[in-house]
Write a protein that binds this ligand. Sequence first.
Ligand code: ARG
Length: 644
Amino acid sequence: MIPSCLTLQLTPFFPSPLLPVNRLSLLSSSTFPAFAAKSRRLAFAATKAPSISTMAAEQENVGNLKRKLAKLFQLSLDATVPGEPDIEPQVAACTAKFGDYQCNNAMGLWSKIKGRPGIEFRGPPAVGQAIMKNLPQSEMIESCSVAGPGFVNVVLSKNWMAQNIQKMLVDGIETWAPKLSIKRAVVDFSSPNIAKEMHVGHLRSTIIGDTLASMLEFSNVEVLRRNHVGDWGTQFGMLIEFLFEKFPNFEDVNETAIGDLQAFYKESKQRFDVDAEFKDRAQKAVVRLQSGEQMYRKAWAQICEISRREFDQVYQRLGVHLEEKGESFYNPHIPGVIEALTNQGLVEESKGARVIFIEGINIPLIVVKSDGGYNYASTDMTALWYRLNEEKAEWIIYVTDVGQQQHFDMVFKAAKRAGWFPADDRQYPKASHVGFGLVLGEDGKRFRTRSSEVVRLADLLDEAKTRSKAALIERGKAAEWTEEELEQTAEAVGYGAVKYADLKNNRLTNYTFDFDQMLNDKGNTAVYLLYAHARICSIIRKSGKDTEELKKTGKIVLDHADERVLGLHLLQFAEVVEEACSNLLPNVLCEYLYNLSENFTRFYSNCQVVGSAEETSRLLLCEATAVVMRKCFFLLGIKPVYKI
Ligand code: ARG
């Protein structure tokens, strides 16, 4: 029988628009001359999809100021240098006081055009002047100026800003969501290994992956949240044999009997290491499992199920939703995918194994081990194939520690050699590895318990909650609130603190796990941010006004400097979330949220809200801040609290 994946392999992944096959083979032969002959027979899979940088530009994101300005500057650049069509406008938020945004094209453009016949400009400032002069009229711009070597500064109209914030309040924050041109993505995250400990590395993957998935979902992308659990592999031989030995009636065994699966794993590993006879049985058990022997399959399923229940508890507590498609799911597809890759001439023999060589990397990707078995890479090649062909995902994102970077680099490059991805990395379909650093203990070493055990996630969450509850009790909340309120707030704050402490760092750096620091109510912590949000809610409550009513009848004005700063920051939500999402960097959103809170504090200390002449406008600004903060919390997987 021809494996289903083989027939599909020869069919283009995305039906249109496809280049004719002969053009495609030309394309592949110029990219990979060495494989030209063999790949000529195969249809090239890649279609031309929009690049990341242009993806949101196509469908207008009404909230994205930077893109709106870029459109205006595009028109201006076209008019300024008609002979140079494709100049991409470089628009950035201003760092200096001269404006809110700036266009930075003048210098680059000057070096491109100077000396050409018919060019009248004398240096970058003149180019900047021309760009400014050619900028179309727009209600969003109040004034422009040119500074230094041709930077064109833009001051936004505060009326326009105010109107847009108000519009968001009426139409909803969704109107500020990025609009990506892809329809479906896979986020492969969390992915612990059955019966092994789910450690803080998996916690990082779970937290970061959940945020990335949420950001994509907010951008109207359908996300397949995949838990690629390690449910296949040699460790199962040992676990199954140990299960048989300890529980002859293994089918009736449940998690209470086994107790702790990690301890069970450890015990069986000890046996495996010291007892040669057991080791031999365990190795044979792997073969029996893989050949599908019923009893072994049952025992395997049993162990997976117990593990799954444990994982689910953690997911439930974290409020993270994912769908398990473990390594074993892809097994039936592996032979077909390897055969197809072999037919393309990509798989070679090396030291008894079958491997794919990758340009620039001195070790090859082993896809069939020398004993004929499959490994992590065989599964990942197959899972990638499945996600592209069966699930029709356009962006496939893997969240693991940086230690696996090379593995994914090789998998992606092998896939590219196979023609699964377009030659241009900026185009879809594409795959991205989202790597993250280690979690360190206060001693600066890998995070462990005092007895140098792996820290259990459940224990970690327990402690975060206990500590945040104690802090609430210390603030007298036990007397003020119901037990349920106390519990819920302690949980929101405790879990939020753990998540935020992780997400606020650039994910590639290591970070130190420190309860005292993450649960501090001052500084850049979830506690501080959640309290800030609760305070805003309390200001609104105390005013006695109905913001639903104010939204319709009231009007926002941004006359005070601190109102304007806050307003501008609110309006920048759309471009920040788009950047965080496109670059897969949750810390960008955290930084935005922290600055939002700081800007709010400044506004609130300098602008009286309740009882002032500007009360309505300022209450609406409070409400807009709370709405944006809540969306940030939601995207970061943090539950907001409303009173404190
Ligand atoms: N189970 C792996 C680990 O614990 C992570 C799997 C990541 N996903 C993947 N498709 N390889 O390290």
